[in-house]
Design a protein. Structure first.
Length: 464
């Protein structure tokens, strides 16, 4: 049976149970489904999302809740009775609960925290005390730790006693009496060691740890570089505070990707799904960038007015024809370079220290691309002149030369600006994605007019 048919049968069964209003059978049915299938039911029947969560065993309900969109999570919390909300929030792992709460207004957070039991409330308040987008917001205090003097037999005893409530048992952490992190152990090493082997006999002191104040994007890079399913989180004194798991990093990577795509498109980050955000808020998110870009583009008009006063456009009207071609080519090259560098920086392929190598490569590649496009533009003018498609007058060769050299200069400049802006923003502790394609294109448009008209002035003065 295909997945589509199986999902369709699940939906039909759900509708039947809703129709007969048998909550006991509904609970049995929902608890028997895969977590992903229940999430699909919520997507299919959003009017019953609170009913679905409220009629599942709370452990499974929490597993479904944490993979839903934030808008769905908010709706469910609004519709659930206070008692069910309390059960659900207490059942969520601390990192998932913190991830949800930080998306809510402060007054709502305050009311929801009151529903937590004392222990969970203390953990949540601790996690919320870390800076937004820091590793501290992601970590969970549910992990298994042992001491260096423990034997493997004692380690197994600890695992049996505490692993049930831990986030993962793939990695066991070794601390000293002060709570300082010494090392970590793979569960494979524990299983293969003899029962009387001591922990300090098999540790290698090569632990990789995150600081609670590290940026989540930095943590994502550390996970990629070290191929880990979980990493310990320490404070500035190397005290073990918690762990971050790979599933948290996958959510971070997805959020970072979404944010970067929106910023690169020239818009503020949407904090809700596109179809759920209000029209007024959507316009507000987009208007800021559009106004800024529009005001920047007005500098293009100012530049053209300046050169119009010199008489260059009056005497050589054909120069105006090629302005869109010239400026768009520079904007395109800048957008290309910007996108490539932002992606390379996100993947850890390029760092701030390598700016000189990036500049050198972009100057050379910009020159090569400029020569290619400039040659095409040069031949286009000549072809149109000789085929009598358009008459550029007695200065047709000067016109072709202007196009050739202007394209070289503008494409080189566009590539240079597009590649250096993300690195500069990173140096200033800003998000490189804000050097979006529209921003780079607008900047190159303005400077492109100056380059184009300067080249035209020089060449026309030489040959006229």
């Amino acid at each position: 049976m295909s997945l589509e048919m199986e999902q369709h049968l699940i939906e039909e069964q759900f509708e039947q149970l809703i129709g007969i209003e048998d909550k006991y059978e509904l609970k049995l049915f929902l608890d028997d489904q895969n977590i992903s299938d229940v999430a699909e039911l919520i997507n299919k029947f959003p009017e019953h999302e609170a009913l679905i969560i409220g009629n599942m065993s709370m452990h499974r309900a929490a597993s479904v809740f944490k993979i839903l969109d934030i808008a769905q999570q908010k709706d469910i919390i609004k519709e659930l009775p206070s008692s069910k909300t309390a059960e659900l929030l207490n059942e969520l792992s601390p990192d998932d609960r913190t991830d949800f709460l930080e998306e809510l207004p402060k007054e709502v957070i305050r009311d929801l925290i009151k529903l937590l039991n004392p222990e969970e409330r203390k953990i949540t308040l601790s996690l919320l005390g870390y800076p937004e987008d820091s590793v501290g917001r992601l970590m969970t205090p549910d992990y298994v730790y042992v001491y260096a003097h423990n034997t493997m037999e004692e380690v197994f005893s600890t695992i049996r006693k505490f692993a049930k409530n831990s986030e993962t048992v793939d990695v066991i952490y070794v601390i000293n009496q002060k709570g300082e992190l010494l090392d970590d152990l793979r569960i494979r090493d524990v299983i293969l060691a003899s029962p009387q082997t001591r922990v300090d006999d098999i540790i290698d002191d090569r632990v990789v740890a995150l600081n609670a104040n590290d940026d989540q994007e930095h943590a994502n890079q550390v996970f990629k570089m070290n191929n880990r399913v979980a990493l310990p989180v320490t404070d500035n004194h190397n005290i073990l505070l918690g762990i971050v798991t790979i599933d948290d990093m996958l959510w971070v990577a997805n959020e970072e990707y979404s944010e970067d795509m929106q910023k690169m498109g020239g818009a503020e980050v949407l904090d809700e799904p596109y179809l759920d955000i209000s029209l007024v808020k959507l316009v507000r998110k987009r208007a800021g960038w559009l106004i800024a870009l529009f005001l920047s583009e007005m500098l293009t008009a100012s530049a053209m007015q300046h050169y119009q006063e010199t008489g260059i456009f009056l005497h050589f009207v054909d120069l105006i024809i090629f302005i869109p071609l010239i400026t768009s080519s520079g904007g395109n090259s800048g957008s290309q370079a910007s996108s490539l560098i932002i992606q390379a920086m996100a993947l850890g392929e390029v760092t701030i220290k390598e700016w000189w190598r990036v500049m050198r490569r972009e100057i050379l590649s910009g020159l090569s691309l400029g020569v290619i496009l400039g040659t095409i533009g040069f031949l286009r003018v000549i072809a149109w002149q000789f085929l009598h498609i358009y008459d550029y007058g007695p200065h047709w060769l000067s016109m072709a030369s202007i196009i050739f050299f202007a394209l070289i200069g503008i494409i080189m400049w566009g590539s240079l600006i597009g590649s250096m802006l993300p690195i500069l923003l990173k140096k200033l502790k800003q998000d490189p994605a804000t050097s979006s394609a529209p921003f780079v294109a607008t900047l190159v448009d303005v400077t492109g007019i100056v380059i184009y008209c300067t080249v035209a002035t020089i060449i026309l003065n030489m040959f006229t």
